[in-house]
Design a protein around this ligand. Structure first.
Ligand code: SAM
Length: 234
């Protein structure tokens, strides 16, 4: 994983994201395990070491450039897939309390094996749809932050993510440059505001980090039943 190691070091240095040898070594172990398991199941379409360093790891770490994540803050990654951005954030900010959520059981099982490989035992992995897990008292309105990347449009993501946040918490949407459906109705229904939108370039791609702040408790009717947010976005 020499190419991965060098590319990640170079990209993080360019972006002023702090790292040390131990974090790079863990990320390399993660990337190697991801590529290995990807032979057996569909985890990532990106299989070039350098691209994994930039498009999975450096992109997942973008919140560290723009958002103050206090020590020990809790963060739920909705639709984490193979662990992005949540697991990458856990490696570079071990103080964060990370919960990884995904609807696909085989991806959750992969994440459990990955944690064992990396000797990480403080990540909470939840198998289920966000719409259903957000009804669990142990998870609803419990998080300082939620994040999601490559899961759905912003109106749909808001309905998935905002119910997990405590009032004052922030949702971090890691997005591409494309314009999408207006989030206006969803922002009003879910009592939140766009606080900031950061644009940055990464490996030749244009990326955006949208930061949404929750202002009041989520109405009991949200999220609607599983499938509805995607079928009829707010
Ligand atoms: N976030 C990862 C990334 O950026 O590489 C994975 C993206 S993958 C394209 C989308 C993931 O979201 C899939 O693993 C899928 O199972 C999960 N997902 C989609 N809808 C979901 C929902 N309603 N609740 C939980 N997980 C969901």
């Amino acid at each position: 994983m020499i190419a991965f190691d060098l590319t990640l070091r170079e990209t993080l240095a360019e972006r002023n994201i702090p790292f040390d040898d131990d974090r790079i070594a863990r990320a390399a172990l993660y990337a190697a395990y991801l590529l290995d398991e990807n032979q057996k199941m569909n985890l990532t379409a990106i299989v070039d070491e350098r691209e994994i360093a930039v498009k999975h790891f450096a992109d997942s770490l973008a919140p560290l450039n723009y958002v103050d994540l206090p020590k020990g803050a809790s963060l739920a990654d909705i639709g984490t897939g193979a662990g992005f951005p949540g697991m990458a954030l856990r490696i570079f900010r071990p103080d964060l309390r990370i919960t990884l959520i995904d609807a696909l059981k085989k991806r959750c099982l992969f994440l459990e094996r990955l944690c064992a490989e990396l000797d990480i035992d403080d990540v909470d992995i939840r198998w289920g749809r966000a719409e259903e897990l957000a009804r669990d008292d142990a998870l609803r309105e419990r998080f300082d932050f939620a994040a999601a990347r490559a899961v759905s449009s912003l109106p749909v993501l808001l309905e998935y993510a905002v119910p997990f946040l405590s009032v004052g918490g922030r949702f971090l949407a890691l997005k591409g440059p494309a314009e999408e459906a207006s989030p206006k109705t969803a922002l009003t229904a879910l009592a939140c505001d766009i606080e900031a939108e950061h644009r940055y370039g990464l490996g030749g791609d244009e990326r955006r980090l949208i930061v949404v702040k929750k202002k009041a408790p989520t109405a009991a009717k949200y999220p609607r039943r599983a499938g509805m947010p995607e079928k009829r976005p707010l």
